[in-house]
Design a binder for this molecule. Structure first.
Ligand code: WT7
Length: 693
């Protein structure tokens, strides 16, 4: 972060801008920005000249229209680039983002009917691209691969849609998907969308308990999974996890009658998997028997498309609900512009479809644009750290979208893993999940991209559906570590503690004024929590939960979560969830979890644990506590550090002072601040004394 600060220092010598986009004028006019050229990374004239948005002026004109006339801007795109069975009634959108004026409500293209699967497949095929490859699949092992053209993909989707209809899945029913990155994952998402079923993909790294929690919340008709997956050198028996989850959810009153299981032969033979008669069906035994054509279920633009659970700062995971029409238009349009998409591109996003990135930018956004997409089952460092570039060369990948944590870990492994591959096909790079530190940005840019490929550092969230603040790679110079400017239609507002918007150069809380088509519409089953979490903190605005600053040139710099959410390797983990997993261990009396800076993961998980009276600290107990979290949430949420705590710093009213814990976790012991308000200030000394145990 000192790197970041130095960088900000030199930026402050730039000419002052008025904030927001008007400050882009400086860029347009080339005003003395060039004198600070070492901080600005310009797209090459060759790149800009071929780009969809090739200059700041062009961006500014489109942006201006998008915020002055959102209805006109978005309905033009919706009309010209998508198929609607029926057009929206009259309003393009209606919204209320102000809790003082009534319930929060966002609707786009209401009354119109469409189908996102039709738009992603049938429409592309009808335009003549049926023989174009939709999905290149790369397995965990070298040499293990497959592909599907748009026509072949549609056939597979239709077979599954027909099967799902046959077993009684209807429009509006939930389907839980617990699959690794096989082609069956996007196929299943699209098959649900085709018949109007609401998919809820659960990342296949979540534990049985987490899966059960989600099943209990959305009560699916069917769970779709596979027997096993190989990631790196390990085989994971996913069906066993699902079995346990189904037992657990039945105990909580939700019995799922059907578990469709795909046999992933290369990971495990089906004989190794127990099946429950009447409930468990092998995909390969039934789905291929169904017709390869399936009529589309036309749904309202505001009918739900999917639920995706994400962590909040308190309580159970939130079911983020996205609807159809707005999400479709938004995911496709953001994909197109932020990656400067051309039909000749080969696109690879390393995210798993279990996260929002895999929804919007593995499945929907790219396929709606008719792109060729790579779906990779394996781990990016298996069999060695050159795997990504091996894949890039094998498929001639042109757009490569990944997370800072992967960039940092590959950077640590050394340049030789990169430079032994050509990577000549690459033209655009992308980053998502957390702020990318300038040194990782520069390595990504110089070493991976050979100083030739612009980096789209895309800021967005599960809730936003698509990119919110993002470079448009041909439009303007980049600053390493800045997500640059808002996407069309997005009006960021940086507010102070009191909720007042601040102009110009400033730091504060990042909010968004007005809705955008990709915005989530509610938290499933809990509209009140939706309003409280996102719209009540700052009246009239959507509150992102992120801190942000804007520099003199109007560039936005995301600074991380300001709530009790930790961002570990780009995955959002609620401190409360980890705490409740820890205290479920019979020997744990109390736990408090904070984030700390981690070289590769961005943030790591640091847990302060108070044991039940009389229980001694031991290495075995430490391991068991970590195992408890792995079992309850998933391996990715395992604490990096357990800190034994005879007591926790609390105020007299019993509130844990996390501020102090964060300082102890990051060893900033001279910055603890005022501890006199603690009920028992001596606990701080005890904690410090135990710091290195
Ligand atoms: C949180 C959202 C959006 C897909 C992946 C994560 C952080 C995400 C960036 C970025 C700085 C970023 C924010 C945000 N974040 N992208 N480019 N620069 N921060 O989705 O799990 O919903 O997490 O990830 O803190 O709030 P998510």
């Amino acid at each position: 972060s000192s790197d970041h600060l130095r960088h900000m220092d030199s930026m402050s010598q730039l000419p002052s801008g008025a904030g927001n986009i008007s400050s882009l004028n400086a860029v347009i006019l080339g005003e003395s920005l060039a004198s600070e050229e070492h901080d600005l990374v310009f797209p090459s004239p060759h790149f800009s000249s071929q780009a969809l948005i090739s200059s700041p002026q062009q961006y500014q004109e489109m942006y201006k229209r998008s915020v002055e006339d959102p209805a006109g801007f978005w309905s033009d795109i919706a009309t010209s680039e998508f198929f609607w069975k029926d057009k929206w009634a009259h309003e393009v959108y209606t919204e209320n983002l102000d809790v003082s004026k009534g319930p929060i409500k966002i609707e786009w293209f209401k009354g119109a009917t469409t189908n996102i699967c039709y738009n992603a497949l049938d429409r592309i095929i009808e335009s003549g691209s049926g023989d174009k490859v939709a999905i290149y699949w790369e397995g965990n092992e070298l040499g293990q691969d497959g592909k599907l053209t748009y026509s072949e993909l549609l056939n597979k989707v239709c077979q599954l849609s027909n099967y799902l209809k046959h077993v009684g899945v209807k429009k509006g029913d939930a389907v839980v998907i617990y699959l690794p990155m096989l082609m069956e994952l996007p196929i299943t998402m699209l098959a649900c969308a085709r018949i109007g079923a609401v998919h809820s993909v659960v990342f296949a790294g979540f534990s049985a308990e987490s899966l059960a929690q989600r099943i209990v919340d959305c009560k699916p008709r069917v769970v779709i999974t596979c027997n096993a997956v190989r990631r790196g050198s390990k085989a994971i028996h996913l069906k066993e996890i699902v079995d346990n989850a189904l037992v657990e959810s039945a105990k909580n009153g939700v019995s799922v009658g059907l578990c469709l299981t795909c046999e992933n032969q290369s990971a495990m033979k089906r004989e190794a998997t127990k099946c429950q008669d009447g409930r468990d069906i092998w995909w390969q035994d039934v789905v291929p028997q169904y017709p390869t054509e399936c009529e589309v279920e036309w749904v309202d633009s505001e009918d739900p498309l999917f639920l995706l659970y994400t962590s909040g700062s308190t309580g159970k995971p939130k079911g983020v609900l996205h609807t159809t029409g707005g999400y479709m238009v938004y995911s496709a349009t953001t994909f197109k512009y932020a990656f400067d998409y051309k039909p000749s591109d080969i696109y690879w996003c390393t995210a798993d479809c279990g996260w929002i990135t895999g929804h919007s930018y593995v499945t929907y956004g790219p396929l709606l644009n008719g792109a060729s997409v790579i779906v990779f089952e394996g781990a990016p460092n298996y069999p060695n750290s050159g795997r990504c570039w091996d894949i890039v060369d094998k498929y001639k990948v042109t757009i490569f979208y990944t997370a800072p944590t992967l960039v940092r870990s590959l950077m640590r492994d050394g340049n030789e893993y990169v430079t032994r591959y050509s990577r000549k096909s690459l033209r655009v790079l992308g980053s998502v999940g957390e702020p990318i530190n300038p040194s990782a940005w520069k390595w990504f840019y110089n070493v991976v991209g050979d100083s030739r490929c612009p980096i789209s550092d895309t800021w967005w969230q599960t809730e936003t559906g698509g990119f919110m603040i993002t470079p448009l790679p041909g439009a303007w110079p980049q600053k390493p570590g800045s997500a640059t400017f808002p996407f069309f239609g997005v009006q960021p507002v940086i507010v102070d503690e009191k909720g007042n918007g601040i102009e110009g150069e400033c730091s504060g809380y990042l909010c968004i004024k007005n809705s955008w088509p990709g915005a989530f519409r509610t938290l499933y089953g809990d509209h009140e929590r939706y309003e409280t979490t996102y719209f009540k903190p700052f009246t009239g605005y959507y509150f992102s939960g992120d801190g942000c600053s804007r520099d003199k040139d109007g560039y936005y710099w995301l600074t991380g979560r300001v709530d009790d959410v930790i961002n570990v390797s780009g995955h959002r983990i609620g401190t409360a969830e980890v705490e409740s997993a820890l205290v479920s261990h019979p020997q744990c009396a109390e736990a408090a979890v904070v984030g700390f800076e981690h070289e590769v993961k961005g943030q790591g998980i640091y847990a302060f644990v108070t044991l039940v009276d009389g229980i001694p600290y031991s290495e075995e107990l430490r391991k068991n506590l970590i195992l408890t979290v792995r079992n309850q949430i998933g391996a990715f949420a395992a604490p990096d550090k357990i800190h034994w705590a005879p007591g926790l710093p609390k105020t007299r009213s019993g509130k844990i002072m996390r501020r102090i814990l964060r300082k102890i976790a990051s060893r900033q012991l001279d910055e603890l601040g005022d501890i006199s308000t603690l009920a028992d200030p001596s606990v701080v000394e005890q904690l410090i004394a135990l710091s290195d145990s």
